[in-house]
Design a protein around this ligand. Structure first.
Ligand code: C2E
Ligand code: MG
Ligand code: MG
Length: 777
């Protein structure tokens, strides 16, 4: 179906819903498979580079660097070097002195004593490292603890240096303290930053603290007295190894692999600068974005207003959530994970884009590029959906000549103006541009305007000229209609144009109809001869004694090539082509012979034969019929009734009355069939030599339901009786109607309740008193 504005929006609404569902599914999949985590790390690193912060400078590393190792060319160093270092630092006014050096093993008694002594003689208490390692080997969990030698322990505080590498090995989590040697130890970072921490807690080391800005002093410079006082005075000092050859290195997020001591300081800076942040997991941002977008999409879809702007909303949500997250990044408020929300919004945008593009392509295929009107393909598509649709082609005569002055842009404008007018025609659902000066109209199902009439008034609409680009253009239109075929409608409109008509109908329908007629006419003779045309007898009930004494002859034609053909279909054709006489004579002959046959078996019956009104002016028929009637020995008793439909030719011609008189004189009873459907009144008919009036089925059908029909029937019966006619009620389909017409005083009744048209052998058996059970069955 061509997408109109409304349905186009609806389609658009569907893109929103579909894209939303796809995005939710993809997001769930990504979340449940942890696929977002790698992206999240990348994003976090990127966001961290936006919030790089320098170190405070209050925590200084004394590094055991390559130069120190080189100059003090003995390793492991005698602990006297460390003793010298702490002594120097103390002299230079260090606020805190800490080691990130493992003193858990004995070196030499003498050197260990030197360090122990130096620690003991400091003006403050130094901090030594301890750590706890949990190993799972062979399924068994073992815990190893490292503590400085007891001699050092006595003279110092112990601080834990435990770090927990994350899944990808980068140091992220840092313990605020562990228990070693049965005593809870705060972490080195907590001690250096002088921030309390709970044993067993961890925090995330802020990767954005720029470790390049941590002040460093080379160990060798320190012990050789080359460090100015102000680099140490009042600072917290950590002594640790940075030389590559000493190992103890860990990867960081932004600064590559770094010595453990640097990470200790980064952790301490995280605490001292209050940069510990919680993390809000990926679900939160996702749920917020999905919830708001979902509400919007559902709201639009419910209103049938399309999902326009939903991409905008998705982007806006992304921007807002990102903005909020980035603002929070500049504070110590939580870090919000965004990747899942991004993935969700991204998939939503992508899927919707794809759907819209597909839709646009479809629309482009169905649209005339110049005028923007739906094109032939669109009409073909519409017909495919409703194959029996009424298609009308509107063809403008001399279109090219009239519009030569117009450029192509103006032509498109003219096309649109024409389409607007065509749309005003009753029942027109959509207007399609088929060609230059040729438009297709799709007529709505059930539109019952007479197309010929509608075309006339539509034509009048085109009397007023179009004004396009200063030109006044008067166009003449011709319409052609067909069922479900553009080509046929076009042909018909061409026919209308050629003949100067407003309207011409389905060329193929006409063609088929002609063929059908041709077949009926060509097969008639054979059918009459070979018994394909038979007569069925429908019983008539006489009410005064409730007996079936007569019937109506109704032709039946079952053709080998065309199947069973209804008399309502083929009789008009025969009438039109002057072939009804043969058929009627055939039935009349049969009726007469049946009456004779029945009388031979002791039944006195009457049979009615239908005679088309036109036969009354057919001299040959009158001659043959009267001769036949007079020759038959049944004629005298008036057992043949001729039913003539009450119709205009009969009522209007004096010839008809004369003809009826001839037939009556030949011994036929005359009956007026289908009374009430034509114009003639009973008063008028009393001049005709008729004995019987058959009230049309349409009055009898609703007799018991419609009050007015009852009145009409009752008064007709009264008048008919007053004028001396017998009255037959046709189309009695149920017992109640039968009882009613009998009560109202009808003389005869005919209809399914009494008996259907049946073959002669059956008919013979229903003759006589009415067997109600048989009729009901
Ligand atoms: P009609 O002469 O008015 O015949 C009565 C029609 O009503 C028949 O239809 C019959 O089958 C039908 N009918 C009878 N009782 C009932 C009923 O209770 N309910 C309903 N719904 N219908 C009932 P059929 O046989 O289809 O004939 C249609 C018409 O064809 C006839 O109308 C008649 O005008 C014409 N016709 C039939 N045979 C001949 C014929 O031999 N010559 C001519 N010229 N016309 C004929
Ligand atoms: Mg009849
Ligand atoms: Mg009738």
């Amino acid at each position: 179906m061509w997408l109109k504005q409304g349905s186009r929006e609806k389609q658009d609404g569907m893109t929103g819903v579909v894209a939303f569902a796809a995005a939710v599914l993809v997001a769930l999949f990504l979340a449940l498979t942890d696929a977002t985590m790698g992206f999240e790390r990348g994003m976090r690193d990127a966001r961290d580079t936006l919030r790089l912060a320098p170190a405070s400078g209050e925590i200084v590393i004394v590094e055991i660097d390559g130069r120190s190792l080189q100059e003090l060319d003995q390793w492991p160093w005698p602990r006297g070097y460390h003793a010298d270092a702490v002594t120097k630092l103390d002299e230079l006014g260090a606020d805190q002195i800490a080691f990130d050096v493992d003193f858990s093993a004995v070196s030499s008694e003498q050197e260990d004593a030197r360090l122990a002594e130096a620690l003991g003689s400091l003006s403050q208490t130094a901090i030594l490292p301890t750590f706890k390692q949990e190993n799972t080997a062979g399924g068994r969990k073992t815990v190893s603890e490292a503590l400085p030698l007891p001699a050092f322990r006595e003279e110092s505080f112990l601080a834990s240096v435990n770090v927990t590498p994350s899944a990808n090995g980068r140091i992220i989590q840092y313990s605020t303290g562990v228990t070693t040697g049965g005593i809870p130890r705060p972490s080195l970072a907590n001690m250096l930053s002088k921030k309390p921490g709970k044993i067993g807690d961890t925090f995330r080391v802020d990767q954005a603290i720029d470790i390049r800005t941590i002040p460093r002093i080379s160990f060798i410079d320190l012990i050789e007295g080359r460090v100015p006082r102000d680099q140490v005075d009042g600072k917290s000092i950590v002594i640790g190894a940075t030389a590559i050859e000493l190992g103890d290195r860990y990867p960081t997020a932004l600064f590559g692999v770094q010595p453990g001591v640097v990470i200790q300081v980064q952790a301490a800076e995280t605490l001292s600068q209050d940069r510990v942040r919680e993390t809000v997991g990926q679900w939160t941002a996702f749920l917020i974005v999905a919830f708001v977008l979902g509400l919007f999409v559902a709201h639009r879809a419910r209103q049938g207003r399309g999902a326009a702007h939903s991409s905008f909303v998705a982007c806006a949500l992304g921007v807002v959530v990102t903005g909020v997250a980035l603002i929070l990044d500049q504070t110590t408020l939580p870090y919000i994970e965004l990747t899942l929300a991004f993935a969700f919004a991204g998939v939503f945008l992508a899927v919707r884009r794809i759907l819209i593009s597909a839709n646009d392509l479809r629309i482009a295929r169905l649209t005339d590029t110049k005028s923007d009107l739906p094109n032939r393909v669109a009409l073909e598509t519409a017909i495919r959906v409703t194959p029996k649709a009424n298609v009308v082609a509107a063809r403008f005569a001399d279109f090219s000549e009239v519009t030569t002055a117009l450029g192509s842009d103006n032509l498109a404008e003219l096309d649109r103006a024409i389409a607007r007018r065509l749309k005003l025609i009753g029942g027109v659902e959509e207007v399609y541009r088929l060609d230059r000066g040729l438009f297709g109209l799709l007529i709505a199902k059930g539109a019952d305007d007479d197309p010929a009439q509608a075309s006339l008034s539509a034509r009048a609409m085109f009397n007023s000229p179009f004004e396009i680009a200063g030109e006044r253009l008067r166009l003449e239109v011709h319409f052609g209609g067909a069922l479900g075929s553009i080509g046929d409608a076009e042909d018909a409109s061409e026919l209308a144009r050629k003949r100067g008509l407003a309207w011409s109908s389905n060329a193929r329908g006409l063609h088929e109809e002609t063929q059908y007629r041709q077949r009926i006419l060509s097969e008639l003779d054979d059918a009459l001869a070979n018994g394909a045309i038979t007569v069925a007898y429908q019983p008539k009930l006489r009410f005064n004694d409730n007996r079936i004494t007569s019937g109506e002859c109704l032709v039946r034609w079952s053709s080998e090539s065309m199947g069973r053909i209804s008399p309502a279909d083929f009789i008009p054709i025969l009438e039109e082509r002057g072939r009804i006489k043969d058929l009627t004579m055939h039935v009349l002959r049969e009726a007469i012979s049946r009456i004779a046959e029945a009388s031979g078996e002791g039944h006195s019956i009457g049979l009615a034969v239908n005679v088309s009104a036109q036969l009354l002016s057919d001299a040959a028929f009158l001659k043959q019929a009267t001769e036949l009637l007079m020759a038959s020995d049944t004629s005298a008793s008036g057992k043949v009734t001729l039913e003539i439909t009450e119709s205009a030719p009969m009522a209007n011609s004096g010839g008809a009355r004369e003809a009826l008189e001839r037939l009556a004189n030949a011994g036929a009873r005359i009956s007026i069939d289908d009374y009430g459907t034509g114009q003639a009144s009973l008063n008028y008919l009393q001049d005709f030599p008729a004995q019987e009036v058959k009230l049309d089925q349409s009055f009898v059908r609703n007799l018991t339901k419609d009050h007015r029909d009852r009145i009409m029937v009752q008064s007709t019966i009264e008048l008919a009786h007053a004028l001396g006619f017998d009255l037959v009620a046709e189309g009695i389909e149920d017992a109640e109607t039968l009882r009613t017409v009998a009560e109202l005083g009808c003389d005869f009744g005919q209809g399914w309740e009494i008996g259907r048209p049946m073959p002669w052998d059956e008919f013979k058996h229903v003759l006589g008193p009415r067997d109600e059970d048989a009729a009901a069955a």
